[in-house]
Design a protein around this ligand. Structure first.
Ligand SMILES: [Zn+2]
Length: 106
C-alpha cells in the first residue's frame, strides 16, 4: 500500500504519484498530526527566564495566530540556564514573533 503525504489517500502498490496533489507517494504515512505543527523549521525566538514568562509569550503569539513551542533548553548545551525556557516558532513566523514580543512584552 502507498499513501499520499499531502491528502493521505491510499493507493495500490505500483502507483507512484497522487493524481490529485501531484506529489510522490510514500510507503508509510507519518502521524498526520505532526504535519501541521512540529517538525517544521523551528527557530528559537526567545529565551524566557522562567516558565511564567514563556507562558506569557506563548499566549501573546497564539493570540496573534502564531503557533509556538515552549521547551526546556538542552541542558548539555546550556548547563547554567536552570529554569530557563526556550520559545520556538516556525521560521516563517520568526520575524513577526520577535516584533510582537518586543512591542508587547518589552
Ligand atoms: Zn493526494
Amino acid at each position: 500500500m502507498a499513501y499520499c503525504p499531502e491528502c493521505g489517500a491510499e493507493f495500490r502498490v505500483g502507483i507512484r504519484r497522487c493524481p490529485e496533489c501531484l506529489v510522490d507517494l510514500v510507503e508509510e504515512l507519518v502521524d498526520p498530526s505532526l504535519y501541521d505543527s512540529q517538525e517544521e523549521n523551528l527557530v528559537l525566538i526567545k529565551a524566557a527566564q522562567n516558565s511564567d514568562e514563556a507562558k506569557k509569550i506563548k499566549e501573546l503569539l497564539e493570540k496573534n495566530g502564531i503557533l509556538c513551542v515552549v521547551e526546556k533548553p538542552n541542558q548539555v548545551k546550556a548547563p547554567t540556564s536552570t529554569g530557563m525556557m526556550h520559545v520556538l516558532v516556525n521560521q516563517k513566523d520568526g520575524l513577526r514573533s520577535q516584533e510582537l514580543i518586543k512591542s508587547h512584552l518589552g
